[in-house]
Design a protein around this ligand. Sequence first.
Ligand code: PLP
Length: 239
Amino acid sequence: MDKNTLDSVSARVAKAKAQRKSLLLTGNDVTLVAVTKNHSVDVFDDVVRLGLTDVAENRVQEAKIKQELLGQKRDEPSLAKLRWHLIGHLQTNKARLAVKLFQIIESVDSIRLMELLDSEAKRIGKVQEILLQINIAEEAQKTGFSIAEYREAVAKINDFANLKVRGLMLIAPATEDTDRICSVFQKGYEEFVRLQKDYPVDILSMGMTDDFEIAVTEGSNEVRIGRAFFGDRDYSIKF
Ligand SMILES: *Cc1c(COP(=O)(O)O)cnc(C)c1O
């Protein structure tokens, strides 16, 4: 990724913000999260050189290997300050490692997982930041809480002393129907506003390469960008 690439994504985010209908409760700042999955550790040099602070991986094992490789580059202190996001489905048997490796786990999608993350965080004296992932489009193949399960999870938030729920994460349906994508993001924003009445949440993570402009216009304040930054993923790299 070069500076032009970053500038062009930033400009598109700014334009999408300018199209917002009104002042949103998610604020004016949009965090750019660089999705580094299926890329070599070389891309992290670009990430820090261009001043990005947040990276996302979808697999715990891949993040572990990358953190180990990057840990060997002691000459680059900004690497140590990166905020690591987990955005892929988390299996319960990886909860311990995920708590160790990630500043924020965005893909929390069951009460069972919340219980486990809370106890693993407690074990190491950490307060684990999480987002609740909602499957608003209610697509069978997608991960995330159904709306009914999500409401149950919200009712339990205060039971988990070692979890800090920062907000919500959504993935739009894979469709070219922009009205449909837009309506999913609108519902995400509505749920965020509703949650914010009772809890001090501040992150609404919506939008990827193909739909981040719609997401930002509808109120997202965190976009997860892979291909627009780094081009196509390289599935031949094995981690
Ligand atoms: C892979 C992935 C992204 C990034 O996708 P791009 O289309 O490459 O921007 C964002 N969010 C999640 C949850 C992902 O799995």
